[in-house]
Design a protein around this ligand. Structure first.
Ligand SMILES: Nc1ncnc2c1ncn2[C@@H]1O[C@H](COP(=O)(O)OP(=O)(O)O)[C@@H](O)[C@H]1O
Ligand SMILES: [Mg+2]
Length: 304
């Protein structure tokens, strides 16, 4: 088995403020997991807002340096400071999809311009027919076509269509790994499942691995192979998605599950639920011990 991505004891501490009142935030603490090259999967990172999901994703994308630990892609260190050519090569293998497609696209620029500049960059060509073909191939993979997109501006599309275009753009270099950071949270509820199903088909039909970041347990349950649950920077539970979500063991995982029906309408991923569960989960933060393997294959953080 060869390793596609290896995250080894990765931590990120942000330090803010000047000499007076310096403040540190441990956004990610000692995260470890790996993805294999042979078995494309949807690997989900779940946790409420502020739990460190985006910071972890940004480190994997090489947009942020870990404070500690190593991130290896196909055995090579992900390096934010690598030269341009090396960085481009890395980006052709690991592509991001962000939360808000309306922010990812300039409202005054035609959508195809983005696809075109991405194709130009990764294909290293200015041959118009080759670029058009690459754009159309990628758009077909997300259920669109160049014909449908040509000449259109972001506001002329729905959030769901635009997110498809963002995914098409990410697919242009044929990356084996996509990192999708809350890709459906800004998309109308009625269109969410179509995007989630698209991620599933990227895995099943194109053999692309997806790191799917969400605070939504329902879609996580539906598409994930494995999940990690993060609480305030720490992985508290990790394993087969069904095993973990059907019968969560850690107090925080149980709280998350119980909160599914009580997340606020804005979908901000804040928890509000039974005070006893909340207490137990909060209490677990201060007493976090080791991540321990269970007989069923999952890992659960025990109390120190
Ligand atoms: N650039 C930054 N500087 C300082 N603190 C940050 C920065 N980015 C994230 N944080 C903090 O790190 C924690 C984790 O944030 P984030 O990774 O965005 O969580 P999530 O994506 O799960 O909502 C939060 O407390 C957040 O305020
Ligand atoms: Mg985030």
């Amino acid at each position: 088995m060869t390793t596609l991505l290896d995250v080894q004891n990765v931590s990120k501490r942000f330090t803010m403020g000047g000499i007076f009142g310096r403040k540190t935030i441990d956004a990610v603490m000692d995260a470890s997991f790996s993805l294999s090259s042979e078995n494309p999967e949807i690997f989900t990172i779940i946790g409420e807002s502020g739990s460190g999901k985006t910071t972890l994703a940004r480190m994997i994308l090489g947009l942020e340096d870990p404070t500690e630990g190593d991130i290896l892609f196909r055995g090579e260190q992900v390096d934010r400071h690598a030269g341009r050519a090396e960085r481009l090569k890395f980006m052709s293998h690991v592509q991001p999809v962000f939360q808000n497609p309306f922010e990812a696209f300039n409202p005054l620029k035609q959508i195809e311009r983005y696809l075109e500049s991405t194709a130009r960059r990764f294909l290293d060509t200015s041959d118009k027919a080759a670029i058009d073909k690459a754009m159309d191939d990628s758009l077909q993979k997300v259920g669109l076509s160049l014909k449908e997109v040509r000449g259109r501006f972001p506001h002329e599309m729905s959030g769901g269509q635009l997110q498809r275009c963002a995914i098409a753009r990410a697919l242009i270099p044929n990356p084996p790994l996509l990192i999708a950071d809350e890709p459906v949270s800004m998309v109308d509820a009625s269109l969410r499942m179509s995007i989630v199903n698209l991620l599933k088909s990227l895995r099943d039909d194109l053999k692309v691995s997806v790191i799917y970041i969400t605070h939504d347990l329902a879609t996580a349950y539906y598409i994930s192979n494995r999940i990690i649950i993060m609480q305030r920077g720490r992985i508290v539970e990790m394993g087969d998605a069904r095993t973990v979500l059907e019968n969560p063991e850690h107090a925080y995982s149980r709280l998350l599950k119980a909160s599914v029906l009580s997340t606020d309408d804005a979908g901000a991923g804040k928890l509000g639920t039974d005070p006893t569960m909340l207490d137990q989960a909060n209490n677990s933060v201060g007493r976090a011990g080791e991540l321990v393997a269970r007989p069923d294959g999952r890992h659960v953080r025990v109390y120190a």
